[in-house]
Design a protein around this ligand. Sequence first.
Ligand SMILES: NC(=O)c1ccc[n+]([C@@H]2O[C@H](COP(=O)([O-])OP(=O)(O)OC[C@H]3O[C@@H](n4cnc5c(N)ncnc54)[C@H](O)[C@@H]3O)[C@@H](O)[C@H]2O)c1
Length: 258
Amino acid sequence: MAQANEVVLVTGGGSGMGRETARRFAARGAQVALFDVNTAGMEETAQGFDSVHAWSVDVTDFAAVKAAVAEVEERLGPVDKLYNAAAIMPFGILTEQDNGIIHKQMAINYGGLVNITQAVLPGMLQRGRGDFVSFASMAGWIPMLKTGAYTATKFAVRAFTETLYHENLNSGVRFACVCPPAVATPLLKQGQATDWPKMLDGEQGDPIAPAVVIDAIEDCLARGKFFVYPTRDAKIGVFMRRLFPGLIWKQVHQVEGF
Ligand SMILES: NC(=O)c1ccc[n+]([C@@H]2O[C@H](COP(=O)([O-])OP(=O)(O)OC[C@H]3O[C@@H](n4cnc5c(N)ncnc54)[C@H](O)[C@@H]3O)[C@@H](O)[C@H]2O)c1
């Protein structure tokens, strides 16, 4: 639960799970700072709340991220909770996908996490409290055909977050690394507009609602569980990947037809 006047910083707060997070905490009385490049989306997120504040920040720009965090802390107070949800997800076969797009995904999905971490986490560690939430994905465990560039970013997010967690055990800061299956947000349209793998149609069931993921995060933080698997199938998928990666690849090749 958020306490009134808690400060919650959400990257990617102009859409999807970032928006769900922001509005949920604002409804509980928190001051919420959104960092996003989608200004129209941030306006929609803030609708009906005076306590949701938007910063147009590209998370790949470390100087801009640091300056915006300093402004947030001056205007609203120290950040109590950080939800890093900013990401993009164009798909494609690795030898065909635009070189710049592959690098851009890493810069936003992973590089953005690095930037916001270095701007926010030292303060939390100094205060000895805070929630640090990083959005990886089931794609952070299970590579597939056509999703390689995105998957690489989510493997990086998972490794970075897991290391951070272990480097700061007993610091008082709670860490969560979120590994959802497909979630019904605009992000899916980016994948669908590029080279969508058949595996993601039907094989994993319908996309789940953003609220299910945010519920699971809160539940795991409260129980001290680092990895957040919002559905039973997500947990089973990761288990299968760890024990039987060859079986998953066999199925992927069968479904994709190459
Ligand atoms: N939707 C899914 O199926 C799914 C599944 C697993 C994990 N995830 C992860 O969950 C997180 C949230 O995803 P979502 O589905 O809510 O996505 P979304 O597309 O709805 O929202 C992502 C937001 O990030 C913002 N963003 C993109 N580039 C940015 C940049 N350079 N600087 C600042 N903001 C930027 C976008 O403008 C957008 O508002 C992401 O990390 C995503 O990879 C999503």
